[in-house]
Design a binder for this molecule. Structure first.
Ligand code: BYC
Length: 323
């Protein structure tokens, strides 16, 4: 027997279900089930945190870029990631959460960010490889999210994906330039690709049969493809690009499967993935420590901005009462 609250929610639930079934968007003021709201907050917050933490591995090379041109490009890219984080925190705020609270959860380890940003950037080739493979994986994952059922998230993704496409091309262009250089540069690119290939495949999340959230997120139209579908799409997309570049991927099981019309590939090391997701990756502690320090060092900026906004609001009010 439904409780009074459930009885009250029945028409609302029906409207919600009909909106999802009709492939229309849920907007912030629409009624939504608690689970849908929680899932979105979880995914969007994790996504926003990833963009912000994602500034660190590449930011590591800003002072050591090999030319002024490369430095300007890298600065712009890292700034774009900050912008993506801001759109995403704004999208999360439409669900009734507070950005400050989300940041606290991140630095206290209560919310996740992408596993990929827990690996160190050891050479400048990593800047190119991150652009090519990490942004490439991000595009694969995020283009379908432009059709996500929650309006603010889907709309944020449109701009994010345009910028990610540009990032991917800059990474590929950087690697192409290095591949036309010396033997040492070519070796540096191959070594970098060897380190990033498996972590890039893990970005798509655990295999479908170990993904607790996929089925419900697909039913709600939050996710449009499963983790394994997107991983396969990424593998198929990347192999011709690697061939054009002149590098190989460190997987002896990679082989064209004519029957499936796709590449077969090996199994990522899921124990490594789980260790990273639990906070035990090569750079987890350093990433969070850096984020915490940036947040604390920036406290005065937030206080000044809040005081300025209050002052402006006061002035506007007093101007309004002028005859
Ligand atoms: N890393 O049930 P599942 C970027 C967690 S940023 C860490 O499959 P779901 C970029 C998952 O959260 C890239 N944790 O989950 C930025 C869940 O734990 P909780 C970020 C992961 O949500 C700068 C548990 O494992 N992109 O693109 O259905 C420069 C079980 O997983 C990961 C996004 O966030 C992971 N890789 O599917 C360049 C995209 N994978 O939360 C690039 C939006 C899974 O239950 N997010 N977990 O405690 C998504 O599409 C989905 O959230 C995921 C995971 C496919 C990532």
């Amino acid at each position: 027997m439904p409780s009074p609250a459930d009885v009250h929610d029945v028409p609302l639930q029906e409207t919600f279900d009909a909106t999802i079934a009709a492939e229309q968007r849920i907007e912030p003021r629409d009624w939504m089930p608690d689970g849908y709201r929680k899932t979105l907050i979880r995914q969007i917050a994790q996504h926003a945190h990833s963009e912000i933490i994602g500034m660190q591995p590449e930011g590591n090379w800003l002072t050591r870029a090999p030319s002024l041109r490369r430095k300007a490009i890298l600065t712009a890219k890292v700034q774009d990631e900050a912008g993506h984080g801001m759109y995403l925190y704004s999208a999360a705020e439409t669900l009734g959460v507070d950005r400050e609270d989300l940041t606290t959860k991140l630095i206290e380890g209560r919310q996740k960010y992408s596993s990929i940003f827990n690996y160190p950037t050891l050479t400048y080739a990593d800047v190119g490889t991150i652009g090519w493979l990490v942004d490439g994986a991000a595009i694969c994952n995020q283009v379908p999210l432009c059709r996500s059922s929650f309006g603010p998230y889907a709309r944020a993704m449109i701009r994010v994906c345009k910028e990610e496409s540009f990032h991917q091309r800059q990474g590929y262009e950087l690697l192409t330039t290095m591949m036309r250089g010396t033997d040492e540069q070519r070796a540096m690119v191959q070594e970098s690709v060897n380190r990033w290939w498996w972590p890039a495949l893990m970005m798509f999340g655990p295999p479908d049969d170990q993904s607790p959230n996929t089925a419900q997120s697909m039913a709600w139209g939050v996710k449009r493809h499963t983790n394994d579908e997107l991983r396969q799409r990424f593998v198929d997309m990347s192999i011709p690009q690697a061939q054009a570049l002149g590098v190989t991927f460190p997987d002896p099981d990679l082989a064209w499967n004519a029957e499936r019309g796709s590449y077969d590939f090996g199994e990522p090391d899921w124990s490594e993935f789980m260790a990273i997701v639990k906070g035990n990756g090569p750079t987890n502690l350093a990433r969070i420590a850096r984020r915490r320090a940036a947040h604390e060092d920036g406290a005065w900026v937030r206080e000044a901005a809040t005081a300025f906004a209050a002052k402006q609001a006061g002035q506007t009010r007093s101007e309004e009462v002028q005859p």
